[in-house]
Design a protein around this ligand. Structure first.
Ligand SMILES: Cc1ncc(COP(=O)(O)O)c(C=O)c1O
Length: 389
């Protein structure tokens, strides 16, 4: 009954861990979850107010598929102000989260047998969405020594005549790594003269710690032309449930094709969310974003210190996002077994590294209050001591 296509999708490991956590909770076990990919903060008040106003004013009808003009203008203003990028409102499409933007993009440009380069550790969704089109994920492994970033040589060696796309995520989920201007320039040099499209997922742009974020499309005119910039408000403005994401590209043919797909599938995103997003894009909640960023940074500093004090574990300090990618290679070579055992023994839920393409790690989200973080790491330490004897 099922299509061949749907069978290419793997079940989510996150869901497997979450359902085990739910079962244990139902049995009365005290569960601490560090698996969330969303901020523990509430959406800033000016955004809620804009939404309430939109409802009260009856802004409840269908809108243009790509988004209302006022919203597209606000996104263009944001991209110019924050990233120095010149996009016209007609270069932008708003979707139900960055996830739908990526889904639509891949469906629009990828053919079976096309190759898509994805650096690992990667956000779990990329290879799945790529496989769903029939295209082939080409994974480049990275490690701590390289700061979990690919090099120009690795990229050069992976490119073939079938390479259609490169996906970059900076800051990264799950490692927190951020590409510097020089690193992006080196990758840009390799791409010059090719037809490779770069998808730059900049979801965690606002959550960086002690470094400057650089947008991939801002590197050069060549990179601007070949890059599709993907962003949203879920992570940086605590708006996961509102479902707001967008992409921008100067490629008019691509935008027209994506508009066609969205018009025949989901149409415009929720009209209320469109109005609510505008204050965030125009900088009206920048103070709230900074408060959240600082809280994340303080948690990261403390959690990194606590993890690195545990014998057998090690972790790099993240430069962005709200995850730690903790190395457990001295303790276990099976991250799924490790995470299941940890959850069963201590009630601590973290995500196995293999879900992100890298065995020998787990992902720990610090989008949780510091008291819970301390208690979680304390339990992990006890578990590790016990396993190591
Ligand atoms: C790197 C990255 N990109 C995109 C998304 C999707 O965000 P949303 O669909 O909520 O905009 C996520 C969410 O986990 C993410 O981590």
């Amino acid at each position: 009954m099922l299509s061949d296509r749907i069978q290419t999708l793997s079940p989510s490991l996150t869901i497997a861990i979450s359902s085990l956590a739910r079962d244990l909770k139902a049995q009365g076990k005290d569960i601490l979850s560090f698996s969330a990919g969303e901020p523990d903060f509430s959406t800033p008040q000016p955004i809620k107010d804009a939404a309430i106003k939109a409802i009260n004013e009856g802004f409840t009808k269908y809108t243009a598929v790509a988004g209302i003009p006022e919203l597209l203008e606000a996104i263009a203003t944001k991209l110019k102000r924050d990233n120095g990028l010149d996009y016209a409102p007609s270069d932008i499409i708003v979707s139900n989260g960055a996830k739908q933007a990526l889904f639509n993009l891949f469906q629009t440009v990828l053919n079976p047998e096309d190759e898509v380069i994805i650096p690992a550790p990667y956000w779990v969704t990329y290879p799945e969405l790529v496989k769903y089109t029939g295209a082939i994920p080409m994974i480049i492994e990275t490690n701590e020594i390289a700061g979990f970033k690919i090099t120009a040589d690795q990229l050069r060696n992976t490119i073939t005549p079938q390479t259609k796309m490169l996906i970059l995520t900076s800051p990264s989920n799950p490692t927190g790594s951020v590409y510097s201007k020089q690193e992006l320039e080196a990758l840009a040099e390799v791409l010059k003269g090719t037809n490779i499209l770069v998808v730059s997922d900049e979801m965690y742009e606002k959550l960086v710690y002690g470094i400057k974020f650089v947008a991939t499309a801002s590197i050069s005119e060549d990179m601007y032309q070949r890059t599709v910039t993907v962003n949203g408000l879920s992570k940086s403005v605590a708006m996961t449930g509102w479902r707001f994401g967008y992409l921008a590209t100067p490629n008019k043919t691509l935008i027209a094709a994506m508009n066609k797909l969205q018009s025949q599938s989901t149409s415009n995103i929720n009209s209320i969310t469109q109005k609510a997003a505008i204050p965030a894009l125009l900088g009206e909640v920048d103070d709230d974003i900074e408060t959240m960023r600082r809280a994340f940074e303080a948690r990261a500093d403390e959690a990194v210190q606590l993890f690195n004090a545990i014998e057998g574990l090690s972790v790099l300090k993240p430069e962005g996002a709200f995850y730690l990618f903790v190395n457990i290679k001295d303790v276990s070579n099976d991250s799924i077994e490790f995470c299941k055992d940890l959850l069963q023994a201590t009630g601590v839920a973290v995500i196995p590294g293999i879900g992100f393409g890298s065995q020998g790690y787990f992902r720990f989200s610090f989008a949780t209050d510091i008291i819970t973080i301390r208690e979680g790491i304390r339990r992990i330490e006890k578990f590790i001591k016990h396993t190591r004897g």
